[in-house]
Design a protein around this ligand. Sequence first.
Ligand code: HEM
Ligand SMILES: *[C@@H]1O[C@H](CO)[C@@H](O)[C@H](O)[C@H]1NC(C)=O
Ligand SMILES: *[C@@H]1O[C@H](CO)[C@@H](O)[C@H](O)[C@H]1NC(C)=O
Ligand SMILES: *[C@@H]1O[C@H](CO)[C@@H](O)[C@H](O)[C@H]1NC(C)=O
Ligand SMILES: *[C@@H]1O[C@H](CO)[C@@H](O)[C@H](O)[C@H]1NC(C)=O
Ligand SMILES: *[C@@H]1O[C@H](CO)[C@@H](O)[C@H](O)[C@H]1NC(C)=O
Ligand SMILES: *[C@@H]1O[C@H](CO)[C@@H](O)[C@H](O)[C@H]1NC(C)=O
Ligand SMILES: *[C@@H]1O[C@H](CO)[C@@H](O)[C@H](O)[C@H]1NC(C)=O
Length: 323
Amino acid sequence: MHFSSTSLVFCLLVFQPFVYGQLDYKFYDSTCPNLTRIVRFGLWSAMANDTRIAASLLRLHFHDCISNGCDASVLLDETSSFESEKDALGNRNSLRGFELIETIKANVEKACPKTVSCIDILTLAVREAVFLTGGSYWPLALGRRDSVTANITAANTEIPSPFESLDNIIAKFTAKGLNLKDVVALSGAHTIGFVKCFAFKFRLFNFSGSGVPDPTLDASLATKLQNVCPNQDDSDNTLVPLDAVTTTKFDNIFFKNLVNNSGVLASDQVLMTDNRTTALVVNYSRYPFLFAKDFGDSMVKLSNVGVITGQNGQVRNKCNLVN
Ligand code: HEM
Ligand SMILES: *[C@@H]1O[C@H](CO)[C@@H](O)[C@H](O)[C@H]1NC(C)=O
Ligand SMILES: *[C@@H]1O[C@H](CO)[C@@H](O)[C@H](O)[C@H]1NC(C)=O
Ligand SMILES: *[C@@H]1O[C@H](CO)[C@@H](O)[C@H](O)[C@H]1NC(C)=O
Ligand SMILES: *[C@@H]1O[C@H](CO)[C@@H](O)[C@H](O)[C@H]1NC(C)=O
Ligand SMILES: *[C@@H]1O[C@H](CO)[C@@H](O)[C@H](O)[C@H]1NC(C)=O
Ligand SMILES: *[C@@H]1O[C@H](CO)[C@@H](O)[C@H](O)[C@H]1NC(C)=O
Ligand SMILES: *[C@@H]1O[C@H](CO)[C@@H](O)[C@H](O)[C@H]1NC(C)=O
């Protein structure tokens, strides 16, 4: 058959994303037109039974992206050639949402086999999760590919810890091309979800050997938290809301809480005491739509950190296994 130069040009245009490996807003429009609907339905079904799942997916995505890029490496189980990032310090016994991503992936495979990557599914699910809990909505270019390996060392060293300084946390973000505004806006994710006593108990009883709680923690909140998280190891796994006021709603109350010393994590409350971040916290506490806009912008940046595109990586068949 004769292959004309017009059809060659046509092919190059149509397959441009595959050839050049960029992300594209229409990436799956012809290959999986119902993708967004399938992901949204999967999330809605899960939310009906477990409202925390929105927060858990948001954290799962952050931990995937901040350590060796958004590549679904965090979803992989251990193999003989690599350890699972699920066992990293900030991940073990606390990341949730793996089963839901696997369920949505299976539904996507039924509609469009071997087409949509696990990382695009996770990224879309997180966008839906924030919107469904009352937060903003952002446009997403797609075409990310899944990694063929995991790196537990990266997960151990690149995911921020609630025990470290703001300088360290900022450095971990800037290493990925994220700035100070991204740090503050993205920390607003702690407007939903839960935290174990373990992560903040050091603030409650004898803070830095002072004999009293952290002075930047509101005294009545400190008393409440002391009751929920008594000073014994067996309270370590007890869950407390990150935003006690509107725990399942994605709003700017988290920032209002910081303004009145009601942040649960020391690494969040410090945003109010450091002069590089205070003004932004105050602005987000006052202007909910400013927060919504900036959070969406920062999520787009986070979702594009270290992505694999084009012919690199793969589209996994199952999210916990390399093909
Ligand atoms: C800035 C540094 C950050 C630190 C130190 C930090 C630390 C933590 C800690 C310790 C928890 C509780 C985990 C547990 O006890 O199981 C948590 C929960 C959470 N984090 Fe962060 N985080 C940070 C940034 C982020 C970012 C950027 C996002 C998303 C954009 C995020 C989203 C969440 C969510 C939604 C939860 C609740 C998860 C659930 O209920 O399952 N965090 N974070
Ligand atoms: C998309 O979903 C609609 C409604 O469920 C269905 O009728 C249609 O066949 C689906 N299209 C494809 C290409 O799967
Ligand atoms: C509902 O959610 C819980 C976790 O909160 C899970 O253990 C359970 O299997 C879920 N039930 C259904 C029917 O999905
Ligand atoms: C894993 O991540 C660490 C820390 O970022 C890096 O130094 C190391 O080279 C990575 N290992 C591989 C095999 O890519
Ligand atoms: C608090 O910690 C300091 C230093 O570790 C210790 O000397 C002091 O006795 C502790 N105070 C209380 C009330 O436990
Ligand atoms: C802090 O602000 C929240 C509103 O964001 C309010 O509900 C809460 O009572 C305040 N706490 C204190 C101690 O003022
Ligand atoms: C912030 O505080 C530090 C130390 O307290 C000071 O050196 C610096 O000039 C301040 N920066 C701004 C922007 O106010
Ligand atoms: C906070 O908002 C005020 C008033 O709109 C603005 O002048 C200031 O630049 C903002 N600060 C930051 C850090 O965004």
